[in-house]
Design a protein around this ligand. Structure first.
Ligand SMILES: [Zn+2]
Ligand SMILES: [Zn+2]
Length: 361
């Protein structure tokens, strides 16, 4: 999932899924699977070919519709589901892991994710993974509670709990339902660490842990071929949603670190994102995304100077246009305010259950 930015014309990430299979590089094909989320019309599912068959990267949403599309795309590329020996899931959003459980359980595919992979669909897995995800972090940091985001208290306001907009909520309920009925919760069979090497498509990929959009985001880098599978971490024209509702102190800071990490890679000539078209200047795009967030931080600094003291909701109205107002916008604003607080630029105080942020004098 990624939040749409504010311009109206349709962006490449919003284009409906193509049924064409396109070659990106030797042994790397791109299929597209349909999704319908705010700001997104498809997910790129990359097919990595080798002598054993094929690896799929990010096999779409859970549910029969996406599964049928995946089987049809595999067929167009000359494969059947039983030829899929490996699934790579770049991160724990449903548009990326949908077909993984089916490919593992029914066809015995290996499922690769980052070490910290976790979803909020399965409360048991959530509890077991919380320890992982919070390892080495400040114990006072806000934690994601078991049971998923529904009904969870928002850290910045006591008067309400997390409720995505109705359309999104319906999507989420459909996913949950589909997951229970049709697709198993994706339990990775191989959790990789940063810098670990994975051989796929006859290429040696270096695993890059890139937290920010989610804590568990994984990119893969083929240094010999100059190719990066960038997932949702770096998208061509939209900026991935940075949620304040994740475990860890400062997700925006983590995201900045992950942007710098991919910008510093040597010899990248092709970035293959999970949404939208391939692009060549990964470092340049990472810098643009960073600049976008730096601008938002400047907007918040200016707003804080002006109003003196404001709630997350009030600040979110400075960053987002009215049609985007709501909890997604507040969550991202909260991440930015917490970043400024960690940097010692603002303080927060609890005013009757609502956090209010002001500049440090
Ligand atoms: Zn996505
Ligand atoms: Zn995502």
């Amino acid at each position: 999932m990624a939040a749409p930015t504010t311009d109206r014309p349709r962006r490449q990430e919003q284009e409906p899924a193509s049924t064409e299979i396109a070659e990106m590089a030797p042994g790397i094909l791109r299929a597209q699977l349909p999704i319908s989320l705010p700001g997104l019309g498809h997910v790129n599912c990359y097919l990595l070919e080798d002598e054993r068959g094929v690896t799929v990267v990010d096999p779409g949403l859970p549910g029969p519709q996406s599964w049928r599309a995946l089987v049809a795309r595999l067929k167009s590329a000359g494969y059947r589901p039983q030829n899929v020996h490996t699934v790579v899931v770049t991160h724990s959003h449903p548009d990326h892991f949908g077909g993984a459980g089916m490919l593992r359980d029914r066809y015995g595919a290996e499922v690769i994710s980052h070490r910290s992979f976790r979803t909020w669909f399965d409360a048991a897995e959530e509890e077991e993974a919380v320890d992982d995800a919070t390892e080495g972090t400040d114990d006072t940091a806000p934690k994601v509670e078991a049971g998923g985001p529904f009904g969870r208290q928002l850290p910045w306001r006591a008067d309400t709990t997390f409720r995505p907009p109705v359309k999104r909520r319906l999507h989420m309920l459909v996913w949950r339902h589909a997951l229970k009925r049709f697709v198993r919760t994706p339990r990775p069979t191989r959790r990789v660490d940063d810098a670990e090497v994975v051989t796929l498509a006859r290429r040696e990929w270096v695993a890059l842990h890139t937290p920010g959009h989610t804590n568990d985001h994984l990119c893969l880098f083929d240094p010999a071929g100059g190719i990066v599978l960038s997932g949702d971490h770096v998208l061509p024209t939209i900026t991935p949603h940075i949620s304040g509702l994740v475990a860890g102190v400062d997700p925006l800071n983590a995201f900045f670190g992950s942007l710098d990490k991919v910008a510093a890679l040597n010899g990248v000539t092709l970035a293959l994102p999970a949404h939208g078209l391939p692009f060549t200047d990964l470092a340049g795009r990472a810098q643009e995304i960073r600049d976008h967030h730096e601008e938002r931080l400047d907007t918040l600094r200016a707003a804080a100077r002006e109003v003196g003291d404001g709630s997350v909701e009030e600040y979110s109205h400075q960053l987002f246009k009215p049609r985007s107002w709501g909890q997604m916008a507040e969550s991202e604003t909260y991440a930015h305010l917490e970043h400024l607080r960690e940097a010692g630029e603002v303080t927060s105080r609890d005013a009757g259950g609502t956090l209010r942020y002001a500049l440090v004098e």
